[in-house]
Ligand binder design. Structure first.
Ligand code: A2H
Length: 255
């Protein structure tokens, strides 16, 4: 990325029910307070189509105290970055941590997905999540992200192997959000199928598909769902972002 700044939208996905294996989290969040998973996204206009939320089963995460009533789940690296950005943590440079755990421990947790047709979604494993960018939490939009599509496909196919339930993936409920001239209204599915991407580990093909999906969606896509139907993605992106931020459901995060 060089010196370019990546302007993410950090989404607040409120925990509805922790997985049984996340006892360190239930113990650390006081009665009456809320915890949120914080995915970083570059495509806020796609949030209508969230079907799950990914963590890496092998990355270490923290639960960080924002206030007496709010706690965030993200990587320590991201919490540190957030502590040097205005309006997130109360004290500059401080990011109080109340629990530390592996992504694996929180799989099966149910969170609320702001704007999504699927109100409650599951925390699921994604092995290709990196600890070196964003928050190491990735919300899943299988209609428009080739990585999310192929990971969901793989999780649904091998649910038992991953220790999850197939229904948690919601793979049969993929919603069209953006229509594009080249790939129709399920861009990620079309690209994964046309390019014969077989697995989340097809890194080279996925990088190519991601680039194609992003360019086509951003420059030629039109919204077909939500409050901005008919508007070009280029315009809708900031409108949806502002709507989420104004409603307290997201905040700007840069790195
Ligand atoms: B995007 P960039 Cl619909 N590891 O959000 C792996 N992937 C990560 C990540 C991490 N630590 N942090 C964020 N991401 C994903 C939506 C989306 C995204 C759509 C289409 C494309 C797309 C829903 N997932 O990204 O390397 C997040 O997924 C492709 C550009 O910082 C985030 O936006 O440029 C994007 O990658 C950030 O990637």
């Amino acid at each position: 990325e060089g010196i370019a700044v990546q302007e993410y939208t950090a989404l607040k996905m409120k925990v509805v029910k922790w997985a049984d294996s996340a006892k360190m989290c239930t113990d650390a969040v006081p009665e009456g307070a809320s915890a949120y998973f914080i995915p970083a996204t570059l495509r806020p206009e796609t949030m209508y189509g969230q079907t799950s939320c990914f963590v890496s089963p092998t990355i270490q995460y923290g639960l960080f105290k924002i206030s007496d009533t709010e706690f965030y789940v993200c990587s320590e690296r991201a919490a540190r970055n957030m502590s040097y950005q205005p309006g997130i943590f109360p004290t500059w440079g401080e990011y109080p941590q109340v629990a530390s755990f592996s992504g694996k421990d929180v799989i099966g947790t149910v969170v609320n997905a702001p704007l999504s047709v699927h109100k409650d979604v599951y925390i699921l494993p994604m092995e290709t999540v990196k600890d070196t960018k964003g928050t190491a939490v990735v919300t899943c939009v299988p209609s428009d992200s080739p990585d999310d599509y192929i990971t969901s496909f793989d999780l649904a196919k091998k649910a038992e192997y991953y220790g999850i339930q197939k229904e948690w993936v919601k793979f049969d409920d993929i919603l069209p959000i953006i229509d594009t001239p080249s790939y129709g209204n399920l861009t990620a599915k079309k690209l994964v199928e046309d390019m014969k991407i077989q697995s989340p580990k097809d890194a080279a093909k996925l990088a190519d598909a991601k680039e194609k999906a992003y360019k086509e969606g951003f420059y030629k896509g039109k919204m077909v769902y939500g409050d901005f139907i008919g508007k070009p993605v280029e315009e809708a992106k900031n409108l949806v972002r502002k709507q989420l931020i104004d409603a307290g459901l997201a905040f700007p995060y840069a790195e």
